[in-house]
Design a protein. Sequence first.
Length: 157
Amino acid sequence: MDVKYLCANSLNFDAIFCESLRLNGGAMVSRIVMEPVTIGGSNAVIIPSRQLHKNEQVWGDTTDELDAFMFKKAKNLARHASYRPFGGGITLCPGRVLAKEEVFGFVAILLHRFDLKLALTAKSKQRFPSLDDSTSALGITGPVKSMDVIIDMVARS
């Protein structure tokens, strides 16, 4: 499997990957102020990416909804100042390329080797998991604990 090829040429998957990071990212960017400035009496500034990723002036008025192809329709969004899933500047995550390659490779192998579908449960209808905003995270924010997605996996022959 050529993961670099997958990452460079899977435009739909790339758009979904970026949108997933926008919706679920909880990273923060921190800076030390080098010039005299008054910001609440501190010389440190923390910029929560979560608020940047919900900026309605950039993302529109449906910032809580998944738009799977937003990043495909507007390719420049992945480089927008309000999109910081891996931090920015000197604190840009050095593992961001490896993380993307790992996700793309895992999903490619999963979809190649298995047929997947939502499992029929006693509740009969599964809801898409809600984001757990009750705890802070330094990276990807997880779902509410009681909202697991249950799938049936059948190995392909």
